[in-house]
Design a protein around this ligand. Sequence first.
Ligand SMILES: [Zn+2]
Length: 601
Amino acid sequence: MLDLVIEGATVIDGTGAAPRTADVGIAEGRIQEVGRITAEAQERISAHGAWLTPGFVDLHTHYDGQASWDETFNPSIHHGVTTVVFGNCGVGFAPLAPGDKQRAVDGLISLMEGVEDIPGVALAEGVSFDWQSFPEYMNALERMPHSLDFLVQVPHDPLRMAVMGDRALAQQAATDADIDDMRRLLREALEAGAAGFSTGRTDNHRTTAGLATPASEAAATELAGIAQAFKGLDHGVVQLVSDFNLLQGPAGFDAEFDLVELLAKESGKPLSMTWLQRDPGGDQWRAIRSRTDAAVASGLPLWLQASPRGIGVILGLDTTFHPLMGFPAYIEVASMPLAERAAALRDPARKARLLKETSGRLAGDGSAIPPLVDLMLARIEMISGRMFPLVIKDSEGQSHVDYEPPVTRSLLAQARQRGCSALEAIYDFLAEGDGNNLIHFPIFNYNEGSLATAREMLDHPRVLYGLSDSGAHVGTICDASSSTFMLSHWARDRREGRLAPERIIEMLTRRNARYIGLRDRGEIAPGMRADFNLIDPLHVAPAIPHLVRDLPAGGKRLLQTSHGYIGTWVAGKPVIRDGQITRERPGHLVRLGRKPSRALQ
Ligand SMILES: [Zn+2]
């Protein structure tokens, strides 16, 4: 007898094959049959017209801390995701440095708060830190119930801090002994089933003290030495974010890409890196593509993690930063409750005063705000051409989010129309109503004023759906909804250049699963884990993000749910039904590379 039969769904099976109508039978957490099913089942769900897809695999999340206090991986759980991977970009919470534990913990929290905009107080209160080594961290997470499956990668920065202490933060070169120790700790974690290793090499990532991240300038000898940890293992990947020395020109770029190739070569493992269209530096993504194509042709397993939409920030009076926050006339009212603050801003005298002021500097020593923000604020007239109201009303009066607005809808365009400055247009927009208005500001992937570049990236044979950064940048970004956006925008709503649903589903499922080393999911086929979604293709869409105070210690974050997910199942258990999170907790830490007999011990 089957546990569950889904009847008559449009099966998009994750292989890229055309959709077909079929029943899917599930028992014991696995898919048993696909076809016409007459066998008895405990539960039958009629799903005519709905899409049945494998559960999505999100390779690029930062749930390292949240996994400790949130069993459900919210908001990813609202976006069809059934497996998340964290420990990305070189930041995370294990291993801890030996000795003074509080000091080790504070160092990692400062790093995560600075790089990923997760409030330090939430991390300090919400993460137990009852571990020292990486395998102990894995054991601690494994003991907690979770809704979704998850895999962990070993981040370079904690590894470096655990081995080198203050020398790591001071950006000193690792000695041979340091490199040996880092390799040993990584090997120990990989043997415990960690999925890979990650490192971050970008100037835009800063600790809360404004310091560069510890591994951001790690030398070739260090990277090559650490990469030897993978030798002889049948699993593992390398993940990397780099700005490719953007400010140093072409020579800087090639030197940095050489290091990427070195890491892939020395580890012998698939390597994926962040791929976006920067600004300034709008052509760099093409250089990354050329070098990747050449490396792949020479046999190196390189992959490019891309986003289906602009990557930037959401700005509002309560988000982590916004264009008014450095002005004295704003700072006077900054601590007021939101609606009162908005009302205070509507006072014409305050507005007139602010518009004559200059903004104070936000980045710099002791600030986690990247220097990029000050650069942008200094050019507010220009960059407001890329700031848009996030929420628009359609012809039927329905509000929804718009991630591909035309430039004519920008705040700069509004300012031109009104004959006022861009700052005034931004001011008036933020001061409206209860102060809840949000600005969509795609910093990357929007140089053309459209998603034309993102579209080109999605077409590349080595692209991976990535960069959701779920669980991170909680006060400025909510890109966990990118998977849903793939279905609403790229499969359905965009006027031109749409992608076939089966191609999108393949990217979200089997391609990512196989990349990270999972062969038991990502496809709707007999024997596969019963991780799947039932989706209403006409209504699936990201919901409007809103700020909630649900982090430990009352911290706030942007949360974005979705429409159109009839249900999401993990190992045959429903974790979402009709958009609501259920009480089921079928998720586990997935350990890779371990023989089944050993895993059962
Ligand atoms: Zn990241």
